[in-house]
Design a protein around this ligand. Sequence first.
Ligand code: MN
Length: 197
Amino acid sequence: MANNTFSPVVLPYAQDALAPVISAETIAYHYGKHLAAYINNLNAALPGSGLEDRSLEDIVRIAEGGLHNNAGQVLNHTLYFTQFKPAGNPSTPTGVLLSAIERDFGSFDAFKEEFEKKGAGLFGSGWVWLSAEPDGKLVITQEPNACNPVRRGLNPLLTFDVWEHAYYLDYQNRRPAHLAALWEIVDWDVVAARYCK
Ligand code: MN
């Protein structure tokens, strides 16, 4: 199999389409600079690692150190940037995903409350995730730094990035306000497709 070279995921919306929830300036830095750096670092670290022909998920599961950190951030940001849709048309989960949320958290509102609380309460840099266990049970986890739930054998569905670079230009220190605003742009069709795959 040919060696992998990774490139940034194509954004499924215009860079200013998420405003005012996420500004075009934040996307320009977060997607255009931070993700680009993780991609470059990953591609530079892969040759000679023994993992050149593995999937991104496998690299995140197996690698340690700098390779794990950069692969993790590429996977995390790929899932993050592709889970949003333009602001102004908020939606909510439906169907099988809504039923699972109600079964495992009580209600959609209770789920959102716990997700925001775990995002706000994560000390330092990291990510809060909604994931599915192999049997379909939904769980919320806090992952420090570059970690991804695939390391725990989970299927990652939805994530809010709580690194300061994700929100500082728009919200400064107000991480909870940023997290509360993100629901407006979550594309629940994408999250449901991840759950059902
Ligand atoms: Mn980020």
